[in-house]
Design a protein around this ligand. Structure first.
Ligand code: 9MG
Length: 298
């Protein structure tokens, strides 16, 4: 059985895991700063666990397009107290940061997973994670949040993202991070046009097979869903759930979402009816040798 070694936890990957987003940022694109105090963020996190989150991802710097960077001390001030407040809960804690100093502080506070949109490219980041027992998510991006959506360019987005993730996976392995501790992520919306995101999403199953490591997918409330539905960020819950189901169906092992309850329900439906549906199709094919199972009006 495939598993993810994740700090204090050994997570079985026999079903897609749901990572709940906890933004501790006043400028978060979707939480709008509602959870910018430790107590409020921790209360929100507990609700996500009650709703079925398997992992909590705590971030103190917005990564939305155009977002400014936050000084290291401020990011630590936002994130570490929340990690400390949630330590006693029996749930894996992830820190969403690309700064090695913040990773160090989070690891000292007992974080189980480092979610790095810069794929441990920061100075000393690989070694820091290697020396810990934490899992890591290595994400692809082109450029930096402040400017990444201005003119993203690729000759072949799927090949380039896959090659980058393979190279970062190999760098992590060479640094001493075990394969069972690594998640890879194509980084939807990070220096990608709508067409790039669609091409990557459609290639998820092939990327999963090629890379041989579990995939994390984060499309919750993102602009690609706004472009598909024409809806503003606050009205993208259904689109996010649909995309989560499709990502899981393509083989993604971890789905990063804002709306945990809806995603958990949808993934349960996929696990039960998805299989049943395939079985029905197989049965139908078998029975149709003898005669049609469905009438013309069914
Ligand atoms: C922090 N963050 C925002 N979007 C993300 C995504 O798609 N993947 C990961 N790993 N982190 C993300």
């Amino acid at each position: 059985m495939q598993k993810l070694l994740c700090g204090r936890f050994e997570l079985l990957l026999h079903r897609p895991l749901v990572m709940g987003i906890v933004n501790v940022t006043p400028d978060s694109f979707s939480d709008g700063g509602c959870f910018d105090s430790t107590a409020a963020a921790a209360a929100h996190a507990r609700k996500l666990v009650e709703a079925g989150a398997d992992i909590l991802d705590i971030g103190g710097e917005s990564t939305r397009p155009g977002a400014a960077t936050v000084p290291v001390e401020e990011e630590i001030r936002r994130v570490v107290p929340v990690l400390q407040a949630l330590q006693s809960m029996n749930v894996p804690l992830s820190v969403d940061t690309r700064k090695p100093e913040v990773m160090r502080a989070a690891l000292e506070a007992g974080v189980d997973l480092v979610n790095d949109i810069a794929a441990l490219e920061g100075v000393g980041a690989l070694e820091l994670v290697a020396q810990s027992g934490a899992a890591v998510c290595l994400m692809h991006k082109q450029g930096d949040p402040r400017s990444m959506q201005s003119a993203p360019e690729y000759a072949d987005v799927v090949a380039e993202v896959t090659n980058y993730l393979a190279a970062r996976r190999d760098a992590a392995l060479a640094a001493g991070i075990a394969r069972e501790r690594i998640l890879l992520d194509p980084g939807f919306g990070f220096g990608k046009t709508f067409e790039h995101n669609v091409a990557l999403f459609r290639a998820l199953a092939a990327m999963r097979q090629e890379l041989g490591c579990p995939l994390l997918v984060g499309v919750s409330r993102k602009s690609m869903l706004g472009q598909i539905t024409g809806k503003p960020v606050g009205e993208r819950a259904s689109a996010s759930v649909a995309a989560a189901v499709l990502a899981a169906q393509a083989g993604a092992e971890v789905i990063r979402v804002h709306d945990v309850a809806g995603t958990v329900d949808a993934l349960k439906v996929l696990r039960t009816l998805g299989v049943a549906c395939c079985e029905a199709l197989r049965d139908n094919a078998r029975l149709s040798v003898k005669g049609p199972v469905l009438g013309p009006n069914d």
